[in-house]
Ligand binder design. Structure first.
Ligand SMILES: C[S@@+](CC[C@H](N)C(=O)[O-])C[C@H]1O[C@@H](n2cnc3c(N)ncnc32)[C@H](O)[C@@H]1O
Length: 208
């Protein structure tokens, strides 16, 4: 934490002041519900923020714990904890292709891709089907992929965030959701992990 204090990183400090056990339990609920064992697994988090998922993966016996994030402070912070970090924006340019293919048993993205932006096909962004193919290309033969997207910033807060899903039913019908369904993802609401307004959807696929 000395690093986060030194650079005055608001989000990292805010996370740190919160309840670490509670945050850890969020990811524990996810892995328990999905029956995912991290023992001996290689784990990749796309956008780990404070890195609770990385801590949990290491505690649960993952042999390889890596992450990608474009925030240089997040990268240094989690690297200082001993995790291998890659610093780049994964939704533009070459996206995730710089990473080693077929390597990761568990790939997680929580709150770190904006589904509304993908649905708008924002200029400069990789199209969602291509991005999803890049994620799958990183997964091992028995890989498991978890995607819990975030949304645009709205007017109203839910919990500590303005990024809520405004219209869950419209989102279910959206291109983003349809692409995931066509590619064999299940849509889930996981108690303890999902939140009704802010994170209402988890998409999950087990390869192999
Ligand atoms: C809201 S935080 C979520 C943190 C963590 N996954 C959690 O649920 O506690 C989003 C994280 O994703 C990173 N991020 C968002 N978009 C990104 C992108 N396009 N490329 C790389 N990192 C990104 C941010 O820097 C941040 O660390």
């Amino acid at each position: 934490m000395r690093y986060a204090e030194k650079v005055g990183h608001h989000n990292l400090l805010q996370y740190h002041r919160g309840n670490a056990d509670e945050r850890r339990r969020i990811f524990q609920s996810l892995f328990t519900t999905l029956g995912i064992s991290l023992k001996g697994a290689s784990f990749l988090d796309l956008g780990p923020g404070y890195g609770d998922s990385l801590d949990l993966a290491r505690e649960d016996g993952a042999t390889c714990v890596e992450f990608v994030d474009y925030d240089p402070y997040v990268v240094v912070f989690n690297s200082l904890k001993g995790y291998k970090g890659h610093r780049f924006d994964y939704v533009v340019g070459k996206g995730l292709t710089p990473l080693f293919p077929n390597k990761y048993d568990v790939i997680l993205s929580k709150g770190s891709i904006n589904a509304d932006a993908f649905n708008r096909k924002e200029p400069g962004m990789i199209l969602f089907p291509a991005w999803l193919a890049q994620v799958e290309n990183l997964a091992s033969a028995r890989g498991q992929i978890i995607i819990c997207p975030t949304f645009d910033r709205g007017e109203r807060m839910s919990g500590a965030s303005y990024h809520v899903c405004r219209d869950p039913e419209a989102f279910r019908q959206s291109w983003f959701t349809q692409i995931l369904l066509e590619n064999g993802y299940k849509t889930l609401f996981i108690e303890g992990f999902n939140e009704t307004e802010r994170f209402p959807f988890t998409f999950f696929k087990k390869l192999g």
